[in-house]
Ligand binder design. Structure first.
Ligand code: PHB
Length: 386
């Protein structure tokens, strides 16, 4: 064939994506999260960082399909916006998977779309117990509040705390955390002297810190999901003299995530928390993750949000790989529902009926290691059900 004609044909075929051995269509993944506002740094940015580390280790192509991440911003719990962006991702962008979502109300809203459009949905974070029953075609690779909180109430009661004050964000996961902590702490012989529910953002904590002092609490259990709110609590706690009074902070692990620790500085040393992912978890899978994470994220340490993003990507890759790059909803749900893998956090396992996660929960202490403040595990509660 005339070489000019031949190259013209090749160029046309490439344009149409139809040349022999052409690449498969991209695998489109719709990622919903806070990509602006006060939850950006601890939320959307942490998703991006975890995905970058995953792609660095596992590559950007699965079963011949190049992965394309399409990000959509839902800055706060805003269910109507979450529903709208999920719909656009499925209908206009034609994503193969939905994923992401920091906040429970947004997961429930996006879940209506995954249900109605038969789109598989892998939840990277939203952690309220019981929501999976309301979200068809979804699996959760993160955690539940009850799962990570009950072990901390147990631990506190066994380790000398008698009078606890609880502060939680006033929405579904906060209420879950308050209930789980209260139940296990009380069963262990402790007393919850006051329970406070605060707005999700813009909280001025100094009046609350006074109330903690007045209540003569010896420990405070704390769950605040928003990075900035957690930071402002930690500052008020220190400024209000509670560090000096040796009131123990029993934190949800999100509060002591490595991005928050520099705020409190050395006052954070000794803080106890419980969670499912620890940046210093000693395992080859985590060491590889932490190393790749630092390489692509300017030396940063991963948080649980980034670990959730990594595992969601691992779950999606497994489902697509096992179906030779041509996933169907039913088979995807079968594979994801029975997912069992070694994650950076330790062994994880999903259950096909609940589509929720069973995993270890760790009790950790903040320490300074090699110039950095980090969480260090000292007790493991194995295979905790969601
Ligand atoms: C939630 O809204 O479900 C949520 C957000 C942040 C967390 C935990 C739970 O750290």
């Amino acid at each position: 064939m005339n070489p000019i004609l031949a190259s013209g044909l090749l160029a046309t075929a490439a344009l149409l994506g139809g040349s022999a051995g052409a690449a498969e269509p991209p695998l489109k993944i719709g990622l919903i999260g806070p990509f602006s506002g006060s939850s950006y740094e601890s939320g959307g940015a942490a998703f991006d960082q975890g995905i970058k580390a995953f792609l660095k280790i596992h590559g950007d192509t699965v079963a011949g399909r190049k992965v394309e991440i399409i990000r959509r911003d839902v800055p706060e719990p805003m269910p109507e916006l979450a529903k709208r962006v999920a719909t656009e991702l499925v209908v206009r962008d034609k994503v193969d998977f939905l994923t992401g979502v920091i906040f429970t109300p947004n997961a429930l809203a996006a879940g209506q779309v995954s249900g109605a459009t038969r789109t598989p949905f892998v939840i990277m974070n939203a952690a309220t117990s019981g929501i999976m029953a309301k979200i068809p075609n979804a699996v959760r690779v993160s955690f539940t509040m009850a799962q990570v909180t009950a072990p901390l109430g147990d631990w506190a009661a066994k380790n000398g705390s008698k009078r606890a004050f609880t502060i939680v964000a006033d929405y579904a996961p906060g209420i879950d955390a308050e209930n789980a902590f209260t139940r296990s702490f009380t069963e262990g012989g402790g007393q919850v002297v006051e329970k406070l529910r605060v707005p999700l953002s813009n909280v001025e904590f100094s009046p609350y810190v006074r109330r903690i002092r007045d209540a003569k609490a010896d420990a405070v259990y704390l769950f605040l999901p928003n990075g900035d709110t957690a930071k402002s609590f930690l500052k008020a706690f220190k400024d209000g003299g509670l560090v000096d009074a040796k009131v123990k902070i029993l934190a949800d692990g999100g509060i002591t995530a490595p991005n928050n620790l520099p705020i409190v500085g050395d006052n954070a040393i000794g803080m106890i928390s419980s969670h499912h992912y620890t940046e210093t978890h000693a395992s080859p899978v985590n060491e590889r993750f932490v190393k790749a994470f630092a390489e692509v994220n300017s030396g940063a340490l991963p948080t649980y949000i980034s670990a959730g993003a990594y595992d969601a990507m691992a779950a999606i890759y497994k489902a697509v790989q096992e179906q030779g790059g041509k996933p169907t909803l039913d088979r995807t749900m079968e594979i994801l529902g029975n997912l069992k893998m070694e994650s950076p956090r330790g062994p994880i396992q999903l259950d096909a009926r609940s589509r929720d996660i069973t995993q270890n929960v760790y009790i950790r202490r903040v320490e300074r290691r090699g110039g950095q403040l980090v969480n260090v595990e000292f007790e493991t509660i194995p295979a905790v059900k969601p």
